[in-house]
Design a protein around this ligand. Structure first.
Ligand SMILES: [Zn+2]
Length: 225
């Protein structure tokens, strides 16, 4: 904890004074560029990865970057989405999965979650991904755990994009041409982001970096519906 307090001390003495005009402007309101739905994982730092300033991103983070259906009102995810779109008029939503995701590992080892009843309950919203995985990979027994995990994590991003489209605020904004939905995958070890391409049903590098893209798993296309 002392390390955190020391960090706050540096923020107060060095960082805040340097950016005081930005903070003064932000004190009067916010106009974030994107609603960013990501996992709670401590290694996923969208503000750092995209070099954002305070006020740029409207984050919504939970175990497994899940978007429950609109009928689920206790988690706060739906309320965050509704506020972001109807009040802040945010034009883009990113659902970002990541490598080595504990929530996705939990889905693959569902029977081991008995000691984590709240996690187990929450992960039901990723259930369609898991069932889809089972349906799509009848020969999954030949896959390594890592291959299954990579596949499930990508499938989950696509499924959460679909779940998002069920929210009334999203339906309205998409219909009005005022909202774009993006699905990303963040690789912790390389720092690279891949984006979901609905045309091909696969993930591609977000930007060209002059290097071969990460090897992709031999897999069927991810379906968006
Ligand atoms: Zn995660």
């Amino acid at each position: 904890m002392q390390r955190l307090i020391d960090g706050y001390s540096r923020f107060r003495t060095k960082v805040f004074p340097k950016h005081s005009r930005l903070f003064a402007k932000l004190a009067a309101g916010q106009k974030p560029q994107a609603l960013f739905i990501a996992c709670s994982d401590s290694r996923v730092m969208p503000e750092m990865v995209m070099q954002c300033d305070p006020g740029d991103l409207f984050p919504c983070r939970n175990a497994g970057n899940l978007v429950p259906p609109p009928t689920e009102t206790t988690s706060g995810v739906g309320a965050t989405i509704e506020y972001a779109i109807r009040v802040l008029k945010i034009p883009d939503v990113v659902i970002c999965g990541h490598s080595d995701c504990g929530a996705m590992k939990g889905l693959l080892q569902y029977e081991d979650l008995d000691k984590l009843p709240l996690v187990k309950s929450w992960l039901q919203y990723a259930g369609p991904s898991s069932r889809w995985l089972q349906d799509a990979l009848e020969d999954a027994a030949s896959w390594s755990f890592e291959q299954k995990l990579a596949m499930l994590t990508e499938a989950n991003v696509v499924m959460q994009m679909e779940n998002l489209r069920a929210h009334p605020a999203v339906v309205e904004a998409v219909k009005a041409g005022a909202l774009q939905i993006h699905g990303w995958m963040y690789d912790i070890g390389s720092g690279r982001i891949r984006r979901f391409d609905p045309e091909t049903g696969t993930f591609h590098p977000l930007i060209a970096e002059g290097q071969p893209s990460l090897p992709t798993q031999a897999k069927p296309k991810l379906r968006t519906a």
